[in-house]
Design a protein around this ligand. Structure first.
Ligand code: PMP
Length: 415
């Protein structure tokens, strides 16, 4: 993942791109909306909204089952997204792309299926201190059932992983490594390639939580050599309720189904049931079809801008925002890693993050406050939570200036 500035072609009109997002064109509390909560959920461009609407209006039928034309058309539309995802992340085989309902679901799938099959008493699962709860709790649940234990790679005061500790923690007991690619709480870009290579030297599989990476840069699962890679549609200009688990075919083949029901079977009798082939083995029941179709259009849209251009534009905005915020008296940035993407967490002296967030909201500025589903990160810094501005390529310098004004106003308000 490369988040350095690239040469962005001057032909890209970022104002025009911004205008394609209808949600942004509104006032909130009487002020033009400044949306800086993209880490929680990004917005959908009109083309994605229209595609989902068209699907519901003219194309809806259940997938994979019907012989009738509408069902076949819906299946084609839904399945075409799989090919787009395969290309986007450069998966070797189409069947390595499993549809889920999001990153959380993807990680639960691996923890439940792989973990329950292969973990035993005394085994260790390595995660980092900056994981989202979605990459902690599923492993704890499986740990309680299997006797496997979590081990935590610590981070330093900048919010960077202490890699020597990672190498110390890797041992014969380590059965799995599951790490966040980009921290949603701190913005840190982790050295996942190095982690994967070191784990593979010991034949340990690695899952990467890419929820905050795929929307912001080019991710190549073959180059990373990730065994599993998880992400969500709603953080990449797509709809909620849909996500992806990439998994290496040989691993997925060796894993039992996670949920049973329709679609995931080959033959069912009361005595014995056999499973469908990949990817359907892991896709029980009627999926969120419209959301899947919507993700396909979102990927086309992102590709039309270019992931490297998106990464470059966001790097510009993060640099601009970091420069401006650093100059504010009494503002402390939490998470000062050398390699950061898309997220700036901060605190204001003497003001609780929730109170500051409430004042900013009155100014029409949407930021997130709290622990960002990463309570261990807050414990590390001994703070209750942070304010978090998370940017997308459709934000602009004016949004950042409005945030800065809002923060100055918040400070005055509490003085
Ligand atoms: N991991 C990370 C890094 C995230 O940022 C998020 C969403 N905040 C998740 C996992 C969970 O994603 P979802 O809620 O879409 O399953």
């Amino acid at each position: 993942m490369n988040h350095t500035k690239t040469d962005i072609p001057s032909t890209i009109n970022w104002n025009e791109i911004r205008s394609q997002f209808p949600v942004l064109n509104q006032e909130v509390n009487g002020k033009r909306l400044v949306y800086l909560d993209n880490g929680a959920s990004s917005q959908m461009p009109q083309i994605v909204v229209d595609r989902i609407n068209a699907y519901h209006s003219h194309e809806h039928a259940n997938v994979h089952r019907g012989i009738h034309s509408l069902s076949q058309h819906a299946t084609d539309a839904f399945e075409s997204t799989r090919e787009k995802v395969q290309k986007l992340i450069n998966a070797r085989y189409l069947e390595e792309v499993i549809y889920t309902t999001g990153t959380t679901d993807s990680i639960n799938l691996v923890a439940s299926s792989y973990g329950r099959t292969y973990f035993k008493e005394g085994d260790e699962i390595l995660v980092t201190e900056m994981e989202h709860h979605a990459n902690i709790v599923p492993w704890q649940i499986i740990g309680e059932q299997t006797g496997a234990k979590l081990k935590v790679i610590p981070m330093d005061e900048n919010g960077e992983l202490i890699m020597e500790k990672f190498y110390e923690l890797l041992s014969a007991k380590t059965k799995f490594v599951s790490v966040i690619h980009v921290s949603n709480a701190l913005g840190t870009i982790n050295p996942v390639k190095e982690i994967i290579d070191a784990a593979h030297d010991r034949n340990i599989p690695v899952l990467v939580d890419g929820a905050q990476a795929v929307p912001h840069s080019t991710v190549d699962v073959q180059e990373l050599d990730a065994d599993f890679y998880a992400f969500s549609a709603h953080k990449m200009c797509g709809p909620t309720g849909f996500g992806i688990l990439y998994g290496k075919k040989e691993l997925l083949d060796a894993m039992p189904p996670y949920r049973g029901g329709g679609d995931m079977i080959d033959k069912v009798t009361f005595e014995k049931t056999t499973w469908n082939d990949l990817p359907h083995k892991f896709e029980a029941g009627t999926p969120p079809i419209a959301a899947g179709v919507g993700l396909g259009t979102a990927i086309d849209y992102l590709n039309s801008i270019g992931m490297d251009n998106i990464a470059g534009r966001e790097a510009e905005l993060i640099t601009y925002a970091t420069g401006k915020l650093s100059k504010i008296d009494g503002l402390r940035i939490v998470g000062t890693a050398h390699k950061k993407a898309s997220v700036i967490s901060f605190l204001l002296d003497g003001v609780h993050p929730t109170d500051a967030g409430t004042i900013l909201d009155k100014e029409g500025i949407a930021v997130r406050t709290g622990h960002h589903c990463a309570q261990p990160v807050m414990d590390h810094f001994n703070i209750p939570g942070t304010l978090r501005a998370s940017i997308s390529f459709y934000n602009n310098e004016d949004d950042i200036d409005r945030l800065v004004e809002g923060i100055e106003y918040t400070k005055e308000f509490f003085e």
